[in-house]
Every structure is written in C-alpha cells, then in structure tokens.
Design a protein around this ligand. Structure first.
Ligand code: NAG
Ligand code: NAG
Ligand code: NAG
Ligand code: NAG
Ligand code: NAG
Ligand code: NAG
Ligand code: NAG
Ligand code: NAG
Ligand code: NAG
Ligand code: NAG
Ligand code: NAG
Length: 493
C-alpha cells in the first residue's frame, strides 16, 4: 500500500472516488504518478540549482536591476506638461544695466498661485511678517505683502483649505499674521524644531492643489517681496513634483502635532522614489528633464530622500567647467553650536574641484549690517586659492545691496538672500545658508534640475540661472574679495 500513500497527495479531486473502486487501476495509476512526481522533483531540483548558480555568478544584481526598472517604468515617468519659471525679488532701488536678464517677481508668482488655487494651499515657513504690523513700520513697500495676506485670508471663503507649518515664533506678541490666518479658518501648526532637532524650520515652500509648487529663499515677509533680494522657482501643472514636495510638507505637518516625536524610521507614506540616483523624468517647458527634491536635516529624511548636503556635494563633483554659488552666508563651521566645530564638507569639495579638475569656482556672498565678521577669514582663505600659473581658479565676491537713508530704517532688510548654485550642467535652488548648522539641525529643502539629457535645448533652468548669476557677478553691487580691506569697508553703505 505504499504507492497509495505516495499517490494520495497528488490525486485530483475527481480521482478520489475512483481509487476506492478499482484497486488494480489504482496501482497502475499510482506507478505513473510516482514516476511523474519523480520527474517533477528532478526538474524542480535542477531549476533550483540553476537559480542558485546564477545568484552566485550575479549576486542580487539582476533581481535588483529588474525591480528598479519596473519602478522606473511605473513611477519615474511623469506625463504632466510641467512649466518651470525662475522668480526673483529685486529690492527697490537696485538697478541693473539696461537689457540685463530679468525674471517674473516672487510677488507676481505668489499672486498667480493664489488666484489659480481651487482646493488647497500648503505652506512651509520660517516666520510670518507680511504686513507693517509686526515689523512696527509704516513702509509703503509693504503693500505687496499685505495684498498676499489679504488673498490668503479670503481662501476659506473660496472653499480652499490653507495649511501653514511654521517654526515657533520668537516673540509671540508679534503673531498678527498667524492669528489673522487662524481666525480666517486656516489650519496652523507650530513645528517645534528647536525641541526636535535643535534647529529651526527654515524651509520656505508652497504646494497648491497638489499640482503647483513654489520653493526658494523668500520668507513670508513683506520685505522678501520688495526690500530683500530673493530667488526661487515656481513649477506649474506638475503633480509628480508637487506630490513629492507634499510628502516633505506632510512630514512637517505630523511634527506639528502636540508633543510630536520624530518617527524612526519614517512610515512608508513619506518614502520617495525620486532622488539623485533615480531622479524624476519629466518634461519641463517641453524639454526632457531630470529633477529631485533634497531635504535636511538627516533626521527628517524618509526612505529614498536625498540629504541636502549630499545633493550639494554631488552637484559640485558632477561639474565639468564651473561651479557658481550665490548664498547669503558661507562658513565651514557650525555657527550656532555651543561647541566650536569646524565643518569643512562643502569647503573641501570646492577646493578639490579647483585643484583636481581646474574648475572655475565662484562664490557670491552677501554682506549687510548684520553680517558676522568671522565669515571673512574663511572667504579670504578660499579666495587665496587662485593662481594663473597653476590654473587654480577660485573667485569670491561680496554682494552689497545699496541702502538709502530712508531704507536704513527698515529692520533686517537690504540684503542678497539668494541660496542657489549653478554649474555648467545643473541648477540647484535651495533655502539654506551654507554653514554646518543648516545641514545638521535645520530643516531646509532644495529643487535640483538636470537637463543634460536634452543637450540641444535652447532654454534651460541652467542657462537662466547662469545668466542671473553672471548679471549679479558683473554688476556694480559685487566687490572682489580682497584680504587687505576690512569687511566693514566692503559692506559700507
Ligand atoms: C513615459 O510616459 C510617456 C507618456 O505617457 C510614454 O510615451 C513613454 O514611453 C513612457 N516612458 C517610459 C520609460 O515608461
Ligand atoms: C556702474 O558703475 C559705473 C562706474 O561707476 C557706471 O558708469 C555705471 O553706470 C554703473 N552701472 C549701473 C548699472 O549702475
Ligand atoms: C538693448 O537691446 C536692444 C534690442 O536688442 C538694443 O537695440 C539696445 O541697443 C540695447 N541697449 C543696450 C544699452 O544695450
Ligand atoms: C495689528 O495687530 C493687532 C494685534 O494683533 C491687531 O489688533 C490689528 O488689527 C492689526 N492691524 C492690522 C492693520 O493688521
Ligand atoms: C496649466 O494647465 C492649464 C490647463 O492645461 C493651463 O490652462 C494653464 O495655462 C497652465 N498653467 C501654466 C502656468 O502653464
Ligand atoms: C503634551 O505634554 C504635556 C506635558 O508633558 C501634557 O500636559 C499634555 O497633555 C501633552 N499633550 C498631548 C496632546 O499629549
Ligand atoms: C545629470 O544627469 C546626467 C544624466 O543625464 C547624470 O549623468 C548626472 O550625474 C546628473 N548630474 C547630477 C548632478 O545629478
Ligand atoms: C560639546 O562637546 C562635549 C565634549 O566634547 C560633548 O560632551 C558635548 O556633547 C558637545 N555638545 C554638543 C552640543 O555638541
Ligand atoms: C541665514 O539665513 C537667515 C534667513 O534665511 C538669516 O536670517 C540669517 O541671518 C542667515 N545667517 C545665519 C548665520 O543664520
Ligand atoms: C544636437 O545637435 C547636434 C548638432 O546640431 C546634432 O548632431 C545632434 O543630433 C542633436 N542631438 C539631439 C539629441 O537632438
Ligand atoms: C518656461 O516657460 C515660461 C513661460 O511659459 C517662461 O517664463 C520660462 O522662462 C520658461 N522656463 C524655462 C526654463 O525655459
């Protein structure tokens, strides 16, 4: 009866009754099935051995690459007809030569975004002072900011949900905008990054209807529209990018809940597929482009998200002829940490680019009434890396926004607040100053646009951003860094 035992497990349901009646049949069948089972077992073993051998020869490479291709086919392809626009705030009284490159204003772009909104407006912000109220000023150029606030206060009536994630206020007595927004029906969450990461929520971006975004240096501050030099970008009709930025917003949003703690790891809903290794493939103004959003600090990164510092370093390393950087503050230190910490990550890559690849590295740094003098020795040290004989080509200039006697009374204004980098290949638009704290503790985000896959495109973000950099670099407002003059003279106004 042994065969019966072997037979039973592979019997089909119809065969069950037969084997009770015809025993001889059963024995015959059993022999056949037994042979069958043996053959199947041999084939399975052979296949298994083949697979094992293949795994030994190509360890994991095949499976992971096929998996990746599948994800790319499903997700890294965005058919939206995205439109990207570089936007700037040029402070009142700052004038360039005629025919200089110019871009739509941040103000225009914000007003347009608010007019287009149909369902939702999500804003990540550092602080809010859109009116003269909180700055205790009576300046006519606050008008633009006040118009933006007015439009925001009307959103709820239009059936549009406004959510604001904001860093804790330094002086709760000056929360007129936030209070007015809350009263208008907006949802406000205070994201206590000082408690959570020992930093601040310094990010500045908008996500509108899960479809349009703005990201850049401008704060929710009337001075950011008329008295401070800002640079950002608006991307329209681009759900893939907007939904990815939306994931960063949602992370701030959950951290804004009472007594929130930072999840570790972040749940899968925050995971992104778009990063420096596998950027989103998308058409920007009909030009095939790759892009991704990077973010800081590391504790706030969900799976797949490129760390903002890694993004910067990889872009410097990827350059082939130049790296142009325009940031407000630059120091290879952790300025705000209690301990004195040297932080040479970016500095090293810049020096390496100059030494190993003979790249032309240019830094355009800002100086204003509140600039800390300890930045200048480090800038001088970089500027010293210039030698025609050895082809070391590092250059540093200081940008000073002119100030009239009347403008002098506006607190914390009249400065170049830009935070971007452009290489011969890629455009990077961020929200962080370039010093250690911003990448270690502070929340910031950046958009990286890579259009090198469309070499014949006539108009790219890279070209537009390069034009902006050269306009500023060659303007009368930029001054060559000279170690013989004191920083005070450079910033004199
Ligand atoms: C991406 O999508 C477009 C339009 O939907 C399609 O023509 C193209 O073949 C897709 N590419 C990939 C790699 O899936
Ligand atoms: C820049 O400075 C030069 C020399 O002072 C002057 O001739 C020129 O008009 C200035 N350009 C602008 C745009 O102000
Ligand atoms: C500005 O551009 C126009 C048209 O291209 C040209 O006619 C004019 O001479 C330019 N002006 C200056 C100052 O370069
Ligand atoms: C300014 O803020 C105060 C206090 O929050 C408020 O009472 C007042 O209405 C505000 N004024 C304007 C013009 O927003
Ligand atoms: C976005 O798409 C809509 C519908 O196709 C179009 O009317 C609008 O002009 C587009 N906006 C921009 C800024 O390209
Ligand atoms: C948050 O923590 C405080 C103090 O520890 C406590 O009183 C409060 O109930 C907590 N709130 C929530 C929503 O857990
Ligand atoms: C830009 O895209 C090209 C491929 O088109 C890639 O090789 C390169 O690494 C990208 N550069 C950066 C800085 O991501
Ligand atoms: C400062 O340095 C001391 C000693 O090296 C260390 O114990 C402490 O954790 C550091 N503090 C910070 C905030 O990094
Ligand atoms: C960095 O940027 C912020 C605003 O974006 C500015 O207020 C601050 O003074 C800058 N510098 C430092 C050292 O934080
Ligand atoms: C770019 O232009 C060059 C020269 O005009 C041409 O040879 C090349 O095929 C073009 N490449 C693409 C991708 O269109
Ligand atoms: C994209 O198109 C808009 C107009 O629709 C234009 O303002 C902008 O400069 C273009 N951007 C690029 C990078 O070509």
């Amino acid at each position: 009866m042994k065969p019966k035992v072997a037979y039973k497990p592979i019997s089909t349901p119809e065969g069950v009754e037969d084997h009770v009646v015809y025993i001889s049949h059963l024995q015959n069948d059993a022999r056949k099935y037994y042979q069958c089972a043996l053959i199947v077992a041999i084939i399975v073993t052979a296949l298994f051995c083949l697979m094992a051998a293949q795994l030994l020869i190509f360890p994991l490479l095949c499976t992971s690459s096929t998996e990746k291709t599948e994800i790319l086919l499903q997700q890294n392809n965005c058919s939206d007809p995205c439109n990207i626009v570089l936007v700037e705030s040029i402070p009142e009284g700052l004038e360039y030569a005629p025919n200089s490159t110019s871009n739509p204003s941040v103000f225009q772009s914000w007003m347009y975004l608010l007019s287009q909104a149909e369902r939702s407006v999500d804003i990540a912000s550092f602080y809010w002072t859109l009116t003269n109220n909180d700055t205790h000023t009576k300046h006519p150029t606050a008008k633009e900011g006040e118009l933006i606030l007015q439009e925001m206060l009307k959103l709820k009536q239009r059936g549009i949900n406004l959510r604001v994630a904001v860093n804790p206020s330094r002086s709760p007595a000056k929360d007129a905008d936030i209070n007015a927004l809350r009263a208008s029906g907006a949802e406000i969450r205070i994201v206590d990054l000082p408690r959570l990461t020992d930093g601040v929520l310094h990010t500045k971006f908008w996500v509108v209807d899960g479809k349009h975004i703005y990201i850049g240096s401008a704060n929710m501050d009337w001075r950011s529209l008329t008295q401070v030099k800002e640079l950002g970008t608006t991307v329209y009709n681009c759900t893939c990018v907007a939904q990815d930025l939306g994931k960063i917003f949602e992370a701030y949003w959950v951290l804004g809940e009472a007594n929130a703690t930072i999840p570790s790891p972040w749940p899968d809903t925050f995971t992104t597929l778009y990063n420096k290794e596998s950027p989103l493939e998308v058409s920007l103004n009909n030009t095939k482009s790759h892009l991704y959003l990077s973010s800081s600090p590391p504790k706030l990164l969900a799976k797949g998200r490129t760390d903002d510092l890694d993004s910067i370093l990889s872009i410097i390393d990827d350059a082939q002829s130049f790296v142009y950087i325009s940031v407000m503050d630059y120091t290879p230190t952790e300025e705000f940490s209690k301990n004195r910490s040297y932080w040479p990550a970016i500095d090293n890559h810049l020096r390496k680019a100059v030494y190993e690849k003979n790249l032309n590295v240019r830094l355009l740094i800002s100086c204003w009434a509140n600039t800390k003098p300890n930045m200048f020795p480090f800038l001088n040290s970089l500027a010293a890396l210039k030698s025609y004989k050895s082809h070391y080509n590092m250059e540093v200039k200081i940008f000073v926004v002119p100030v009239s006697p009347e403008q002098k009374h506006i607190p914390f204004a009249r400065v170049n607040h830009n935070k971007y980098m452009v290489t011969d290949r890629v455009a990077y638009i961020g929200t962080s100053n370039w010093s250690g704290d911003y990448f270690i503790h502070t929340a910031g985000s950046a958009l990286v646009v890579n259009q090198t896959c469309s070499p014949n495109a006539t108009n790219t973000m890279q070209k537009q951003l390069e034009a902006v950099f050269l306009r500023d670099w060659n303007s009368n407002y930029s001054h060559v860094m000279n170690s013989l003059t004191s920083y005070k003279e450079k910033c004199l106004f």
